[in-house]
Design a protein around this ligand. Structure first.
Ligand code: ATP
Length: 358
């Protein structure tokens, strides 16, 4: 069986006991640093969730506290309804039924691939189980190879196989792709998503890479200063950010002042349809991909001049100046090529979000 079709091995699903994760009010201080400041996080059984946040926001501390490698100062962690850490309770890491995959793989260089996977299975590892998980991650053919002969992507799959071998209830992955080059990273991302989803295992992975979180996870929990600021599906957090910080953290965004009433907002780009329920002064959030340009355009289009362009191959980011002098960015496919000095029309062609207040 290949990694592309990793549903079940024989009759046995890989994770027999995918469980939900519940984290409530987790606190952790290191001297004056408040690494976790009341972290709340719920992950449903069988879901792949990304814990996304800027450097230093507490992601690794959160993962280590969930795994039991770090003792929180306050708060609770439970998996499948079983309290692992909380008032009067602290289950040792090896008794938590949690698998860990680290950024640097943390494999044993003196063991071969199957030896590394067997390591997770205690003193008398079942060779059939080792073979099963290696098949599942698509490495059955290299079971006898020393791990140092494998590529980075293969080594990370060995690490995942080792974490999955004891049928954990939850798998935690700490920046699992950060040591890989861009092409391998994307391929391994797909493979690992296939393995985790096919196995039905609950997974929480830490990343500071927005695209990685949005493309790999079913749920994204965004963390800032030791707590979750928003959680939802990738589409929800991207298209309906809860704050300007969230909008800017997840990608490029233009913010225009507007006046909302009855499901519409008036702003410099005209009258736009938005979610009902907003009224008065608002900030209008427009992603560059929602701004269309053309030499002709709808009547609502505003006149603009192109003042800059970055070409990325598959797409281009075009900088525009409106008559008012306001500059905006429009993301278009890589063709046709636009040039500074071109006069165009610009109009909104995509989702727009508003935040109350200006
Ligand atoms: P990165 O993406 O850069 O790895 P992160 O979001 O994983 O960051 P953490 O590593 O959890 O963040 O760190 C959160 C804060 O706690 C940081 O200010 C960090 O310096 C601090 N910190 C983490 N571990 C320790 C420690 N063992 N001793 C002292 N301070 C620590």
């Amino acid at each position: 069986m290949s990694a592309e079709n990793p549903t079940a091995v024989g009759e046995r699903p890989l994770a027999e006991a995918a469980a939900s994760l519940s984290v409530r009010g987790l606190e952790k201080r290191y001297g004056p640093t408040r690494a976790l400041a009341g972290l709340d996080l719920e992950v449903e059984a069988g879901t792949i969730c990304a814990l996304l946040g800027p450097s230093g926001c507490g992601k690794t501390t959160a993962l280590r506290a969930i795994a039991g490698m770090e003792r929180p100062d306050a708060g609770e962690v439970s998996v499948g309804g079983r309290s692992l850490s909380g008032p009067g309770a602290f289950v040792a890491p090896e008794k938590r039924r949690i698998g860990m995959v680290f950024q640097d793989y943390a494999l044993f260089p003196h063991l071969d691939v199957k030896g590394n996977v067997a390591y997770g299975l205690g003193r008398r590892p079942d060779p059939r189980r080792v073979a099963e998980v290696l098949e599942l991650v698509g490495l059955g053919m290299v079971a006898d190879r020393p791990v140092h002969q494998l590529s980075g992507g293969q080594q990370q799959r060995v690490a995942l196989a080792r974490a999955l071998a004891p049928t954990p209830e939850l798998v935690l992955l700490d920046e699992p792709f950060s040591n890989l080059d861009a092409i391998l990273r994307e391929r391994l991302r797909d493979e690992i998503r296939g393995i985790l989803a096919g196995a039905g295992v609950t997974a929480l992975f830490v990343t500071h890479d927005q695209q990685e979180a949005l493309s790999l996870a079913e749920r994204v929990a965004v963390m800032r200063d030791g707590r979750i600021v928003q959680a939802g599906t990738p589409e929800e957090v991207y298209t309906r950010p809860a704050s300007r910080w969230m909008a800017e953290f997840l990608g490029e965004v233009e913010v225009l002042p507007g006046e909302a009433t009855g499901g519409r907002v008036e702003c410099e780009l005209g009258s736009l349809r938005v979610e009902k329920g907003h009224s008065g002064p608002v900030s209008v959030l427009i992603r560059p991909e929602s701004l269309a340009i053309g030499t002709t355009g709808p009547a609502s289009g505003q006149e603009a001049e192109i003042v800059g362009r970055h070409f990325y191959g598959h797409d281009q980011m075009i900088r525009l100046r409106l008559r008012s002098g306001r500059e905006l960015r429009s993301r278009r496919l890589g063709f046709p090529a636009w040039h500074p000095g071109d006069r165009v029309k610009v109009w909104v062609d995509g989702p727009v979000d508003v935040l109350d207040g200006d």
